[in-house]
Design a protein around this ligand. Structure first.
Ligand code: TLP
Length: 344
């Protein structure tokens, strides 16, 4: 049976061009900063985000962890959205390994956090309180259905944090999706923040990797922390080479994933009982009728060849990506409507 895998854009395989670049990659020991391909990827990434420096890591989770650790000390507090990936889906690493307390504040459905809520969450000086040191935001916002934060909001949020002496980290795992959707260069979305990380291995289709960017001083700290948590990767040029190719060849095409997400959402919204959120990028979230728990539905969908992920008791996520065509999106809608019931 054919499978249409909409669980995540992380399932994308490297392109032929990436595999060729990996084969040819010049390498060296990256722990000695001697891998020319990694060095090149870091330079390109710093330039793209408008930061002084960058460090290549194996995953978005590691980039976020070492970013939080570089901005804070044990016992500090960070402010972040209650639907943020750092809070929900990184195994509690910021608390467990970073030693910070996580002050969650409500994310709006559009991925923003109200500015007065950010400011209200900042702690004053008091013997009893942990010092607030960092604000984390996310763009595009995964669990807010791939919602994008525009330059104006990012600037406002960052200014509010700075007014209180906080640094700002942007989890930009899918920042290129946000930039393509908004039609603005990535550098503008990153300008207001102190640090940003982005993933090469999601919609951009590289097999592994993420890059964390920031000031030279910040990246020097992050590089040491990367070593501490076991992320020193030696001849990593083999994977960095795919990262360079994905930045050169896979950014513009994200628009196609966004078009597919729109048509998937339109198709699904015709199915009685599904409550479909309007996608801004490549993530489509939808609610299930009371009679059908998300976990049950996901099992039934997999049985007919459509793979999805339940992100709540009644909420399901579908992600479009390079390995799913527009035609397959139409097929997926048909298969799903067969499970949920009759069309409206
Ligand atoms: N997200 C994964 C899963 O963890 C849910 C996915 O399939 O979407 N930040 C954001 C916003 C992310 O969406 C992810 C991965 C990460 C960080 C972590 O990246 P990795 O998986 O490379 O550690």
């Amino acid at each position: 049976m054919k499978t249409i895998d909409l669980r995540s854009d992380t399932i994308t395989h490297p392109t032929r061009e990436m595999r060729e670049a990996m084969f040819r990659a010049e390498v060296g020991d990256d722990v000695f900063s001697e891998d020319p391909t990694v060095n090149r990827l870091e330079e390109i990434s710093a330039e793209l985000t408008g930061k002084e420096a960058a460090v290549f890591t194996p995953s978005g989770t590691m980039s976020n962890l070492i970013a939080v650790m570089s901005h804070t000390r044990h016992g500090d507090e960070i402010i972040l959205g209650d639907r943020s990936h750092i809070f929900l889906n990184e195994a509690g690493g910021a608390a467990a390994l970073g030693g910070v307390s996580l002050r969650t504040v409500p994310n709006n459905p559009d991925g923003t956090i109200d500015i007065d809520i950010i400011e209200g969450a900042v702690r004053g000086r008091n013997l009893h309180w942990p010092p607030s040191k960092l604000l984390c935001i996310e763009n595009s916002h995964n669990f807010c259905g791939g919602a994008v934060l525009d330059v104006e909001y990012t600037t406002e949020a960052a200014s509010a944090a700075r007014r209180h002496g906080l640094s700002v980290h942007l989890d930009g795992a899918r920042i290129f999706n946000a930039a393509v959707s908004l039609g603005v260069p990535v550098i503008e979305l990153c300008e207001p923040v102190d640090s940003v990380c982005f993933c090469l291995s999601k919609g951009l289709s590289a097999p592994v990797g993420s890059v964390l960017c920031g000031s030279t001083e910040f990246i020097n700290r992050a590089r040491k922390l990367r070593k501490m948590v076991g992320g020193g990767m030696r001849q990593a040029g083999v994977i960095a080479a795919a990262g360079i190719v994905c930045l050169e060849t896979c950014v513009e095409r994200l628009a196609e994933d966004h078009r597919n997400a729109k048509s998937l959402a339109e198709g699904l919204s015709q199915i009685h009982g599904l409550d479909v959120e309007r996608p801004e990028t490549n993530i489509v979230m939808f609610g299930m009728p009371n009679s059908l728990p998300a976990a049950e539905f996901v099992k039934e969908a997999a049985a007919v060849g459509v793979k999805l992920i339940a992100v709540g008791p009644r909420r399901v996520r579908a992600v479009t990506h390079r390995m799913v065509t527009a035609e397959e999106i139409g097929e997926a809608v048909k298969l799903i409507s067969g499970i949920v019931g009759v069309n409206r």
